[in-house]
Every structure is written in C-alpha cells, then in structure tokens.
Design a protein around this ligand. Structure first.
Ligand code: FAD
Length: 262
C-alpha cells in the first residue's frame, strides 16, 4: 500500500502537546507543518531520511536524529487508528472511548493496545491515523566536541551525559575505527584520541549557560579536551547542527530537504 497521499495534519492540541496526523506524512512535511505552529516533534527522522513516512517509521520501529533526548519514534506515539484485516476500524488509548474526540492519552484503564501495532511492519493492520507528542522548540542549542584519551573514558562521559539529560543527539567516534583517509585528516587536530560530538539544548538562556558549564566539568572528569567544533565537523563531513534536519550540503553529498526536494 502506498500511504503517501494520506499525509495531512488533522488536529493539533497545544495544551496536550500532541498532533494528530495521517501516516503517509513524510518527516520533512511534518517538520514544516509543526514549525508553522511553533512546536517540534523533537525527533527529526532516521538519519538522512526526511522523505521517509512516519507510518513507515512506526512500522519499522525507527530511531531517529535526537533519539538520545526524545526516545524512539514509537515512544512518542499516543493513539492509533487502525484498519484490521477483517475491515474493522479501531481506535486505541483514550480515543477507544467513543465519547472522546480529541483528548489524546495512550494509557487508560485496560491493556495498552497501541504497543501491538508498533514495529509490527503492518502485520496486524493498517494504521490510518495516529497521535504524536510535540514539544516546545528549544531556543538555545549548540553542538560541542570533546576528545578523550581512550574509548573507556569517552563512553563513561557519554553515559553520564545521557543520565543527566544533557544530550540531544550524539556521534561517538573511536579513532581506531576510522578509515586511514579520515585518520590523516583528524590526527593533526586531535591526535589519536576518541571523540564525542553532540548537540545540547535548553529553553532558557541561564540554564543553557549553566548546562554547558556542567558538561565541560563532566568532560574534564574523564580527561576530555574541548575542540573547535566547526573544524571537526567539516573534517568529518557531518552537519554542524546535529539536532536539526537542515543538512549541510558538501560536494558529492545528497540531501533531501523540505517536502522531499533533492
Ligand atoms: C541507508 C539507510 C539508513 C537508515 N538509517 C536509519 C536510522 O538511522 N535510524 C532508523 O531508525 N532507521 C534507519 N533506516 C531505516 C528507516 O527508518 C526506514 O527505511 C524508513 O523509516 C522507512 O520509511 P518508509 O516511508 O520508506 O516506510 P516503508 O518502507 O514503506 O514501510 C516500513 C514498514 O512499515 C510498514 N508500514 C508503513 N506504513 C504503514 C501503515 N500506515 N500502517 C501499518 N504499517 C505500515 C510497512 O508495511 C513496512 O513493513 C535506514 C534505512 C536505510 C536504507
């Protein structure tokens, strides 16, 4: 089934932080629509796939850019409308109560029927509508880069960063795993140290400042050295703004932009 004609935003409830959409909507289209409402899905879609559908992401249990902060796509699903193989149309969660129209909760009295259809590759029915969590757009964000003496310290730092909730998206790079061409570019910048390149974000200027200070202290605990992030991202060919879907286009790369444009 090609679901891409079912790509509409059906309802948005700011107070409930929830948007009701059809499953054929592509990640790029969703970001575009949510930006107009001044909110974000948090998740930005599987790496490099703004043209993939949200329904496909649900069926395939997709993780995403910004999953370190916002979880997997399916952890953000509140309700589903599903057409079962016998033709019945069911609603799950709070919408299973027929008196409820736009009150979006996943967990109610009774079993969690949403879970049966998540990551199920469409085996138990076709999802025709779903509700997704939305979040306020963080006003402050930055990409930071640190090098570490070895993989053990790098990983300990990364785990701690996650526990404290400071990381939005992250690339961890062990030097020894890189191809020789990249080793040659990176060695003059970082020696043979392992890298953590990550995005961090906050809603408040003072909290953001304090958060960056706390991260710096945490990195130093594990022998981390702060790096000039722009140079490192350019050397590795990765986007500077890790937590947004706007990809930096470098020679030879292909990016899918807003609304599936290439
Ligand atoms: C090179 C590459 C890199 C990737 N990187 C990542 C990554 O970083 N993270 C990640 O999580 N994934 C990654 N993926 C996988 C990616 O998440 C999926 O390819 C993408 O989400 C599929 O979207 P689609 O619109 O093509 O779905 P489809 O391929 O059309 O569908 C996927 C599955 O969902 C089912 N489905 C679709 N719509 C519905 C519906 N309405 N109701 C019920 N079932 C439905 C389909 O039957 C199918 O089983 C990558 C894939 C590739 C090829």
């Amino acid at each position: 089934l090609d679901m891409t004609d079912m790509n509409r935003v059906l309802d948005f409830q700011e107070g409930l932080n929830a948007v009701r959409v059809q499953p054929g909507i592509r990640w790029g289209e969703l970001h575009h629509e949510l930006a107009k409402k001044g909110v974000t899905a948090g998740l930005q879609g599987p790496h490099g796939f703004l043209g993939a559908t949200l329904g496909g992401g649900i069926g395939g249990n997709c993780f995403s850019i910004n999953s370190p902060k916002y979880g997997w796509l399916n952890e953000n699903i509140l309700n589903l409308q599903v057409v079962l193989p016998n033709g019945d149309i069911i609603e799950t969660g709070s919408l299973a109560n027929t008196k409820v129209k736009d009150w979006y909760y996943r967990y109610c009295n009774g079993p969690d029927l949403v879970g049966i259809f998540l990551g199920a590759a469409g085996a138990f029915g076709v999802i025709t509508e779903f509700t997704l969590r939305t979040y306020p757009i963080p006003e402050y964000s930055a990409t930071l880069a640190y090098s570490f003496p070895d993989t053990d310290s790098q990983l300990k730092f990364v785990f701690k960063l996650e526990w404290y909730g400071y990381v939005t998206d992250l690339w961890g790079i062990a030097f020894f795993t890189l191809p020789d061409s990249l080793k040659r570019i990176l060695a003059p910048l970082v020696g043979e140290r392992d890298l953590a390149i990550f995005a961090t974000e906050a809603y408040d200027k003072d909290i953001f400042k304090a958060q960056k200070k706390a991260i710096d202290k945490m990195a130093k605990e594990f022998g981390g050295i702060a790096l000039p992030v722009e140079g490192i991202c350019r050397a590795l060919g990765i986007p500077l703004y890790l937590n947004t879907p706007v990809l930096e286009i470098t020679e030879g790369s292909v990016a899918i932009g807003w609304e599936g444009e290439i």
